[in-house]
Design a protein around this ligand. Sequence first.
Ligand code: HEC
Ligand code: HEC
Length: 253
Amino acid sequence: MTWFLSAIVVLVLPLASPALAEIKSGSDFLSPELRRQQADETRNPAFFWVEQGRELFSRKPAGEGQACIACHADPQQSLRGTATQYPQVDAGTGKLLNLEGRIEQCRVERQKQPAFGHETPELLSLTAYLASLSRGLPMQVKTDGAATPYYEAGKAFFERRQGQLNLSCQQCHDGLVGQKLRGDTISHGAGTGYPAYRLEWNDVGSLHRRLRACSLGVRATQFDYGAPEYLALELYLADRAKGLPVETPGMRR
Ligand code: HEC
Ligand code: HEC
């Protein structure tokens, strides 16, 4: 693999700043078969997580806490489109929250329960369920005002060379789009299908889990789930994906 990546470095270097092509969804780069499987609720395993999330949303927790649905009646309507606006800056704390972060905030502050924790089946299910309510709606995150510094940090991260292989996200996800890498076709890294079921994981995982895989791929620092670095990156990716429809739950190799 290192051999392959070295070949890439040589290939990419001449492309100083690739012209910004139209950003396409990750599923446009899947095999036709996997794309069909993603679209088929009976064959895309991630729909199981969506179902679990739907149930959990209506379940009353132990003790005093209320079910999510007690405060968010008719989620099909009231939370349709929500996922298209994340990550977003929390008005209260000024911090950048992705959808997982917002769910955890409600879980702790409003439902009065302990946080689920990153990559738990509960948080993945609820996130997949809520994101699925925005299926087909265009991404439309805000990058102005309080979001600007986060956007700038995400952009800088995307463009910075890193890791032992000294590669930036941009070199692969702009410069090498459409090229093959270990059986994958490199996409724009739009991230509009997450949480997604990945065959390699044999499981559903968050966007941050995918980002960690890319960081590892270039032998760079893997940040924690929910780390500010990945949140800023997520905002930048979401802005690049502006106008693309939410596809959660996605399926990936
Ligand atoms: C006691 C009432 C209450 C409970 C219980 C509750 N929420 Fe909320 N939730 C709110 C309120 C109020 C807001 C609006 C906060 C704001 O925008 O300042 C909100 C906001 C949200 C948002 C962001 C909506 C947006 O448009 O950005 C999401 C997502 C969310 N809740 C999910 C959940 C989930 C999932 C649960 C269960 C784990 C839950 N909530 C439990 C009251 C509640
Ligand atoms: C050596 C090339 C390479 C580098 C560098 C790289 N990636 Fe990736 N990335 C891939 C490959 C290959 C995939 C899987 C195929 C695809 O969806 O693009 C992928 C997948 C992704 C996906 C999932 C897309 C989807 O729809 O499933 C995202 C998001 C992503 N990368 C973001 C990043 C970010 C952010 C960085 C920088 C921290 C980065 N990548 C660095 C090669 C790379």
